[in-house]
Write a protein that binds this ligand. Structure first.
Ligand code: PMP
Ligand code: GLU
Length: 378
Protein backbone atom coordinates (compact mmCIF):
# COMPACT_ATOMS: atom_id res chain seq x y z
CA UNK A 1 0.00 0.00 0.00
CA UNK A 2 1.45 3.37 -0.99
CA UNK A 3 1.73 6.09 1.61
CA UNK A 4 0.83 8.63 -1.04
CA UNK A 5 -2.60 9.38 -2.42
CA UNK A 6 -3.26 7.98 -5.88
CA UNK A 7 -3.88 11.54 -7.15
CA UNK A 8 -0.21 12.38 -6.59
CA UNK A 9 0.91 9.91 -9.28
CA UNK A 10 0.52 12.30 -12.17
CA UNK A 11 1.25 15.62 -10.48
CA UNK A 12 4.65 17.20 -10.95
CA UNK A 13 6.27 19.97 -8.90
CA UNK A 14 5.84 23.47 -10.34
CA UNK A 15 8.49 24.02 -13.01
CA UNK A 16 8.38 27.78 -12.44
CA UNK A 17 9.31 27.44 -8.78
CA UNK A 18 11.82 24.66 -9.48
CA UNK A 19 13.73 26.66 -12.11
CA UNK A 20 13.54 29.80 -9.99
CA UNK A 21 15.14 27.94 -7.09
CA UNK A 22 17.88 26.60 -9.38
CA UNK A 23 18.57 30.15 -10.61
CA UNK A 24 19.29 31.53 -7.17
CA UNK A 25 23.06 31.37 -7.48
CA UNK A 26 25.54 34.23 -7.46
CA UNK A 27 26.04 35.75 -10.89
CA UNK A 28 22.97 34.16 -12.48
CA UNK A 29 20.51 36.48 -14.24
CA UNK A 30 17.12 35.07 -13.35
CA UNK A 31 14.57 35.21 -16.17
CA UNK A 32 12.52 32.30 -14.84
CA UNK A 33 9.66 33.05 -12.49
CA UNK A 34 6.85 35.30 -13.66
CA UNK A 35 6.68 38.26 -11.35
CA UNK A 36 7.10 42.01 -11.66
CA UNK A 37 10.24 42.92 -9.73
CA UNK A 38 8.84 46.31 -8.63
CA UNK A 39 7.87 47.30 -5.12
CA UNK A 40 4.17 47.32 -4.21
CA UNK A 41 2.78 50.91 -4.48
CA UNK A 42 3.31 52.84 -1.23
CA UNK A 43 -0.38 53.63 -0.81
CA UNK A 44 -1.17 49.90 -0.63
CA UNK A 45 1.62 49.17 1.84
CA UNK A 46 0.55 52.08 4.06
CA UNK A 47 -3.05 50.85 4.11
CA UNK A 48 -1.93 47.37 5.21
CA UNK A 49 0.29 48.85 7.94
CA UNK A 50 -2.58 51.00 9.15
CA UNK A 51 -4.87 47.96 9.29
CA UNK A 52 -2.31 46.15 11.44
CA UNK A 53 -2.02 49.14 13.77
CA UNK A 54 -5.80 49.31 14.03
CA UNK A 55 -5.90 45.70 15.18
CA UNK A 56 -7.39 44.24 12.01
CA UNK A 57 -5.75 40.94 12.81
CA UNK A 58 -8.70 38.55 13.01
CA UNK A 59 -10.58 36.25 10.67
CA UNK A 60 -12.53 38.15 8.04
CA UNK A 61 -15.70 36.92 6.33
CA UNK A 62 -14.72 33.88 4.32
CA UNK A 63 -15.34 35.50 0.94
CA UNK A 64 -13.28 38.53 1.95
CA UNK A 65 -13.97 41.90 3.62
CA UNK A 66 -17.16 43.42 2.17
CA UNK A 67 -15.41 46.74 1.26
CA UNK A 68 -12.92 44.91 -0.93
CA UNK A 69 -15.55 42.79 -2.64
CA UNK A 70 -17.67 45.87 -3.28
CA UNK A 71 -14.68 47.64 -4.82
CA UNK A 72 -13.96 44.60 -7.00
CA UNK A 73 -17.60 44.42 -8.15
CA UNK A 74 -17.50 48.12 -9.09
CA UNK A 75 -14.19 47.62 -10.94
CA UNK A 76 -15.59 44.68 -12.92
CA UNK A 77 -18.53 46.79 -14.07
CA UNK A 78 -16.47 49.93 -14.76
CA UNK A 79 -13.44 48.43 -16.44
CA UNK A 80 -14.54 45.04 -17.72
CA UNK A 81 -18.16 45.82 -18.51
CA UNK A 82 -19.23 42.79 -16.45
CA UNK A 83 -22.70 43.35 -15.02
CA UNK A 84 -24.71 41.44 -12.47
CA UNK A 85 -21.86 40.98 -10.02
CA UNK A 86 -22.39 42.13 -6.45
CA UNK A 87 -20.20 41.55 -3.40
CA UNK A 88 -21.88 38.19 -2.78
CA UNK A 89 -20.79 36.94 -6.16
CA UNK A 90 -17.10 37.33 -5.44
CA UNK A 91 -14.66 35.16 -3.48
CA UNK A 92 -11.30 36.65 -2.48
CA UNK A 93 -8.66 33.97 -2.14
CA UNK A 94 -4.97 33.32 -1.59
CA UNK A 95 -3.80 34.43 -5.03
CA UNK A 96 -5.05 33.61 -8.50
CA UNK A 97 -3.59 30.17 -8.01
CA UNK A 98 -5.68 29.29 -4.98
CA UNK A 99 -8.95 30.53 -6.45
CA UNK A 100 -8.32 28.46 -9.57
CA UNK A 101 -7.74 25.47 -7.32
CA UNK A 102 -11.02 26.12 -5.47
CA UNK A 103 -12.89 26.47 -8.76
CA UNK A 104 -11.49 23.22 -10.12
CA UNK A 105 -12.16 21.34 -6.89
CA UNK A 106 -15.73 22.63 -6.93
CA UNK A 107 -16.46 21.99 -10.61
CA UNK A 108 -14.19 19.20 -11.89
CA UNK A 109 -13.81 15.63 -10.67
CA UNK A 110 -13.41 12.04 -11.79
CA UNK A 111 -14.51 11.51 -15.36
CA UNK A 112 -14.66 15.23 -16.18
CA UNK A 113 -12.54 16.79 -18.91
CA UNK A 114 -11.03 20.27 -18.61
CA UNK A 115 -9.63 21.86 -21.76
CA UNK A 116 -6.56 24.08 -21.63
CA UNK A 117 -4.38 25.67 -24.30
CA UNK A 118 -1.13 23.95 -25.20
CA UNK A 119 1.14 25.60 -24.09
CA UNK A 120 -0.27 27.06 -20.90
CA UNK A 121 0.73 27.98 -17.36
CA UNK A 122 2.16 24.98 -15.48
CA UNK A 123 -0.40 24.88 -12.67
CA UNK A 124 -3.49 24.35 -14.82
CA UNK A 125 -2.55 20.77 -15.68
CA UNK A 126 -1.42 19.98 -12.12
CA UNK A 127 -4.58 21.38 -10.53
CA UNK A 128 -6.88 19.57 -12.97
CA UNK A 129 -5.11 16.31 -12.11
CA UNK A 130 -5.30 17.05 -8.38
CA UNK A 131 -9.05 17.47 -8.83
CA UNK A 132 -9.10 14.00 -10.44
CA UNK A 133 -10.20 15.25 -13.87
CA UNK A 134 -8.69 14.71 -17.32
CA UNK A 135 -6.85 17.32 -19.37
CA UNK A 136 -7.72 18.04 -23.00
CA UNK A 137 -4.86 19.99 -24.58
CA UNK A 138 -5.77 22.41 -27.36
CA UNK A 139 -2.87 23.22 -29.63
CA UNK A 140 -1.59 26.74 -30.23
CA UNK A 141 1.04 27.37 -32.87
CA UNK A 142 4.13 29.62 -32.77
CA UNK A 143 3.58 30.70 -36.39
CA UNK A 144 0.17 32.10 -35.38
CA UNK A 145 1.75 33.91 -32.43
CA UNK A 146 0.09 31.31 -30.14
CA UNK A 147 -3.33 32.83 -30.80
CA UNK A 148 -6.15 30.27 -31.10
CA UNK A 149 -6.83 29.34 -34.73
CA UNK A 150 -9.33 27.11 -36.54
CA UNK A 151 -7.50 23.98 -35.41
CA UNK A 152 -7.93 25.11 -31.78
CA UNK A 153 -11.66 25.72 -32.29
CA UNK A 154 -12.18 22.32 -33.91
CA UNK A 155 -10.27 20.59 -31.12
CA UNK A 156 -12.37 22.43 -28.52
CA UNK A 157 -15.58 21.37 -30.22
CA UNK A 158 -14.64 17.70 -30.14
CA UNK A 159 -12.93 17.75 -26.75
CA UNK A 160 -15.87 16.56 -24.59
CA UNK A 161 -14.70 19.21 -22.12
CA UNK A 162 -16.95 20.44 -19.35
CA UNK A 163 -14.69 23.38 -18.57
CA UNK A 164 -12.25 25.50 -20.54
CA UNK A 165 -9.53 27.62 -19.01
CA UNK A 166 -8.88 30.67 -21.14
CA UNK A 167 -5.96 32.97 -20.39
CA UNK A 168 -5.38 36.25 -22.20
CA UNK A 169 -2.88 37.90 -22.01
CA UNK A 170 -1.33 34.48 -21.86
CA UNK A 171 1.32 32.75 -19.85
CA UNK A 172 3.81 31.53 -21.15
CA UNK A 173 3.49 33.24 -24.55
CA UNK A 174 2.48 36.82 -23.78
CA UNK A 175 -0.16 36.56 -26.54
CA UNK A 176 -3.20 38.83 -26.32
CA UNK A 177 -6.20 37.09 -27.90
CA UNK A 178 -8.32 39.40 -30.08
CA UNK A 179 -11.93 39.92 -29.03
CA UNK A 180 -13.27 38.16 -32.14
CA UNK A 181 -11.21 35.06 -31.31
CA UNK A 182 -12.46 34.97 -27.72
CA UNK A 183 -16.02 35.38 -28.98
CA UNK A 184 -15.60 32.50 -31.44
CA UNK A 185 -14.39 30.34 -28.55
CA UNK A 186 -17.27 31.40 -26.31
CA UNK A 187 -19.83 30.64 -29.02
CA UNK A 188 -18.54 27.07 -29.19
CA UNK A 189 -18.59 26.82 -25.41
CA UNK A 190 -22.17 28.04 -25.27
CA UNK A 191 -23.28 25.59 -27.96
CA UNK A 192 -21.53 22.69 -26.23
CA UNK A 193 -22.39 23.47 -22.60
CA UNK A 194 -18.79 24.25 -21.66
CA UNK A 195 -18.25 26.56 -18.68
CA UNK A 196 -15.35 28.99 -19.10
CA UNK A 197 -12.79 30.01 -16.48
CA UNK A 198 -11.33 33.25 -17.80
CA UNK A 199 -7.96 33.82 -16.14
CA UNK A 200 -7.33 37.55 -16.54
CA UNK A 201 -4.42 38.05 -14.14
CA UNK A 202 -2.41 39.87 -16.83
CA UNK A 203 -5.33 42.04 -18.05
CA UNK A 204 -3.57 45.36 -17.41
CA UNK A 205 -0.21 44.32 -18.79
CA UNK A 206 -1.02 45.00 -22.41
CA UNK A 207 1.24 46.86 -24.85
CA UNK A 208 -0.72 46.21 -28.05
CA UNK A 209 -4.32 45.20 -28.45
CA UNK A 210 -7.17 45.51 -26.01
CA UNK A 211 -8.32 43.30 -23.19
CA UNK A 212 -11.71 41.66 -23.60
CA UNK A 213 -13.54 39.99 -20.71
CA UNK A 214 -15.91 37.31 -21.99
CA UNK A 215 -18.17 37.66 -18.92
CA UNK A 216 -19.19 41.06 -20.34
CA UNK A 217 -21.33 39.24 -22.92
CA UNK A 218 -21.54 35.59 -21.95
CA UNK A 219 -23.15 33.99 -18.93
CA UNK A 220 -21.20 30.76 -18.65
CA UNK A 221 -18.04 32.44 -17.37
CA UNK A 222 -16.13 32.63 -14.10
CA UNK A 223 -13.72 35.57 -14.16
CA UNK A 224 -10.45 35.10 -12.29
CA UNK A 225 -8.08 37.90 -11.39
CA UNK A 226 -5.43 38.74 -8.81
CA UNK A 227 -3.58 41.69 -7.34
CA UNK A 228 -0.29 39.84 -7.83
CA UNK A 229 0.85 41.06 -11.23
CA UNK A 230 -1.02 44.33 -11.62
CA UNK A 231 0.25 45.89 -8.43
CA UNK A 232 3.37 43.80 -7.95
CA UNK A 233 1.86 41.99 -4.98
CA UNK A 234 2.91 38.39 -5.65
CA UNK A 235 3.95 37.90 -2.02
CA UNK A 236 0.66 39.19 -0.62
CA UNK A 237 -1.28 36.21 -1.97
CA UNK A 238 -4.53 37.83 -3.01
CA UNK A 239 -6.72 36.92 -5.94
CA UNK A 240 -10.42 36.54 -6.60
CA UNK A 241 -13.12 35.11 -8.78
CA UNK A 242 -16.49 36.50 -9.81
CA UNK A 243 -19.49 34.80 -11.34
CA UNK A 244 -23.04 35.97 -11.89
CA UNK A 245 -24.35 32.53 -10.96
CA UNK A 246 -24.63 32.52 -7.18
CA UNK A 247 -24.82 28.71 -7.02
CA UNK A 248 -21.37 28.47 -8.63
CA UNK A 249 -19.90 31.00 -6.19
CA UNK A 250 -21.42 29.20 -3.20
CA UNK A 251 -19.69 25.93 -4.12
CA UNK A 252 -16.37 27.68 -4.71
CA UNK A 253 -16.72 29.38 -1.34
CA UNK A 254 -17.13 26.03 0.40
CA UNK A 255 -13.75 24.81 -0.90
CA UNK A 256 -12.10 28.12 -0.01
CA UNK A 257 -13.68 28.18 3.46
CA UNK A 258 -12.83 24.57 4.25
CA UNK A 259 -9.21 25.00 3.16
CA UNK A 260 -8.11 28.59 3.94
CA UNK A 261 -11.05 30.08 5.92
CA UNK A 262 -10.27 33.56 4.64
CA UNK A 263 -7.35 35.59 3.31
CA UNK A 264 -4.91 37.51 5.51
CA UNK A 265 -6.92 40.34 7.07
CA UNK A 266 -4.48 43.26 6.76
CA UNK A 267 -3.44 42.22 3.24
CA UNK A 268 -7.08 42.66 2.18
CA UNK A 269 -7.15 46.20 3.60
CA UNK A 270 -3.97 46.89 1.67
CA UNK A 271 -5.52 45.61 -1.55
CA UNK A 272 -8.47 47.95 -1.01
CA UNK A 273 -6.03 50.84 -1.56
CA UNK A 274 -5.20 49.50 -5.04
CA UNK A 275 -8.41 51.20 -6.20
CA UNK A 276 -6.83 54.64 -5.81
CA UNK A 277 -5.22 57.09 -8.21
CA UNK A 278 -1.83 56.69 -6.53
CA UNK A 279 -1.84 52.94 -7.10
CA UNK A 280 -3.06 53.36 -10.69
CA UNK A 281 -0.26 55.85 -11.37
CA UNK A 282 2.36 53.46 -9.97
CA UNK A 283 0.94 50.70 -12.13
CA UNK A 284 1.06 52.89 -15.24
CA UNK A 285 4.76 53.62 -14.60
CA UNK A 286 5.44 49.92 -14.20
CA UNK A 287 3.69 49.12 -17.47
CA UNK A 288 5.77 51.70 -19.36
CA UNK A 289 8.95 50.14 -17.98
CA UNK A 290 7.71 46.65 -18.92
CA UNK A 291 6.92 47.86 -22.43
CA UNK A 292 10.47 49.17 -22.84
CA UNK A 293 11.81 45.80 -21.66
CA UNK A 294 9.55 43.90 -24.05
CA UNK A 295 10.74 46.05 -26.96
CA UNK A 296 14.36 45.58 -25.98
CA UNK A 297 13.99 41.80 -25.63
CA UNK A 298 12.39 41.59 -29.08
CA UNK A 299 15.18 43.68 -30.58
CA UNK A 300 17.84 41.37 -29.13
CA UNK A 301 15.93 38.20 -30.09
CA UNK A 302 15.68 39.42 -33.68
CA UNK A 303 19.48 39.56 -33.82
CA UNK A 304 19.68 35.82 -33.15
CA UNK A 305 19.44 33.15 -35.87
CA UNK A 306 16.87 30.37 -36.22
CA UNK A 307 14.25 31.97 -34.02
CA UNK A 308 10.50 32.24 -34.52
CA UNK A 309 8.92 34.77 -32.16
CA UNK A 310 5.93 36.97 -32.89
CA UNK A 311 6.04 40.12 -30.79
CA UNK A 312 3.81 39.35 -27.79
CA UNK A 313 1.25 42.02 -26.94
CA UNK A 314 1.11 41.50 -23.18
CA UNK A 315 2.17 39.95 -19.85
CA UNK A 316 5.95 39.92 -19.28
CA UNK A 317 6.94 36.84 -21.20
CA UNK A 318 8.41 36.05 -24.56
CA UNK A 319 8.33 32.49 -25.79
CA UNK A 320 10.70 32.12 -28.75
CA UNK A 321 10.81 28.89 -30.73
CA UNK A 322 14.38 27.99 -31.62
CA UNK A 323 14.80 25.64 -34.57
CA UNK A 324 16.52 22.32 -33.95
CA UNK A 325 17.11 22.61 -30.23
CA UNK A 326 16.17 20.55 -27.23
CA UNK A 327 14.72 23.17 -24.90
CA UNK A 328 15.72 21.34 -21.69
CA UNK A 329 19.28 21.06 -22.94
CA UNK A 330 19.30 24.71 -24.02
CA UNK A 331 17.97 25.88 -20.63
CA UNK A 332 20.73 23.87 -18.89
CA UNK A 333 23.36 25.31 -21.23
CA UNK A 334 22.13 28.85 -20.66
CA UNK A 335 22.14 28.31 -16.89
CA UNK A 336 25.75 27.16 -17.06
CA UNK A 337 26.48 30.54 -18.78
CA UNK A 338 24.64 32.48 -16.10
CA UNK A 339 21.18 33.00 -17.65
CA UNK A 340 18.19 31.17 -16.21
CA UNK A 341 15.08 30.57 -18.34
CA UNK A 342 12.34 27.93 -18.32
CA UNK A 343 12.26 25.20 -20.98
CA UNK A 344 9.11 25.53 -23.08
CA UNK A 345 8.19 21.84 -22.72
CA UNK A 346 7.29 22.53 -19.08
CA UNK A 347 4.19 24.34 -20.42
CA UNK A 348 2.98 21.55 -22.73
CA UNK A 349 4.15 19.65 -25.80
CA UNK A 350 3.64 22.71 -28.01
CA UNK A 351 6.36 24.40 -25.99
CA UNK A 352 8.94 21.94 -27.26
CA UNK A 353 11.88 23.83 -28.76
CA UNK A 354 10.84 27.05 -27.01
CA UNK A 355 12.15 28.81 -23.93
CA UNK A 356 10.18 31.15 -21.69
CA UNK A 357 11.93 34.38 -20.89
CA UNK A 358 10.32 36.41 -18.10
CA UNK A 359 11.41 40.05 -18.20
CA UNK A 360 9.21 41.10 -15.26
CA UNK A 361 12.00 40.84 -12.72
CA UNK A 362 15.04 41.96 -14.76
CA UNK A 363 15.79 45.58 -15.68
CA UNK A 364 17.23 46.72 -19.02
CA UNK A 365 20.77 46.46 -17.76
CA UNK A 366 20.28 42.86 -16.64
CA UNK A 367 18.51 42.00 -19.87
CA UNK A 368 21.39 43.45 -21.87
CA UNK A 369 23.89 41.26 -20.02
CA UNK A 370 21.62 38.23 -20.34
CA UNK A 371 21.35 38.64 -24.12
CA UNK A 372 25.11 39.11 -24.48
CA UNK A 373 25.54 35.76 -22.75
CA UNK A 374 22.76 34.13 -24.76
CA UNK A 375 24.19 35.36 -28.04
CA UNK A 376 27.44 33.58 -27.22
CA UNK A 377 25.84 30.23 -26.61
CA UNK A 378 22.99 30.13 -29.13
N1 PMP B 1 -2.73 32.59 -13.71
C1 PMP B 1 -1.64 32.73 -14.47
C2 PMP B 1 -1.78 32.67 -15.94
C3 PMP B 1 -0.39 32.93 -13.90
O1 PMP B 1 0.69 33.08 -14.66
C4 PMP B 1 -0.29 32.96 -12.50
C5 PMP B 1 1.08 33.05 -11.89
N2 PMP B 1 1.32 34.04 -11.13
C6 PMP B 1 -1.46 32.83 -11.74
C7 PMP B 1 -2.66 32.63 -12.37
C8 PMP B 1 -1.48 32.87 -10.25
O2 PMP B 1 -1.05 34.06 -9.75
P1 PMP B 1 -1.00 34.34 -8.17
O3 PMP B 1 -1.41 33.09 -7.49
O4 PMP B 1 0.39 34.72 -7.88
O5 PMP B 1 -1.98 35.44 -7.95
N1 GLU C 1 2.80 32.45 -12.59
C1 GLU C 1 4.19 32.77 -12.44
C2 GLU C 1 5.00 32.00 -13.45
O1 GLU C 1 4.48 31.44 -14.34
C3 GLU C 1 4.65 32.61 -11.03
C4 GLU C 1 4.97 31.24 -10.56
C5 GLU C 1 3.79 30.34 -10.53
O2 GLU C 1 2.82 30.71 -9.91
O3 GLU C 1 3.87 29.32 -11.20
O4 GLU C 1 6.20 31.98 -13.38
Amino acid sequence: MSLFAARMRDVKPSATFRYDAAAKKPGVINLTIGRPGFDTPVVIKEAAKRALDEGKVHYTPSKGIPELREAIAAKLERENNIKGIDADRIVVSGGGKQILYCILMALAGNGDVVAIPNPSWVSYEAQIRLAGAEVAWLKLNPEAGFIPDDEFLTALESSKAKLLILNSPANPTGAVFPERVIKAILEICEDNGIYVISDEVYEKLIYEGRHYSPASEYENVITVNAFSKTYSMTGWRLGYCACADRAVIDKIEIVHQQSLSCCTSFAQYGALASFTKDAEDAMARMIEELRARRDYVMERLNELDNIVCEKPGGAFYVFPYIRDVDDYELADRLLSRGVAVIPGSAFGTQGRGCIRISYGGADLNMLSQAFDRMAECM
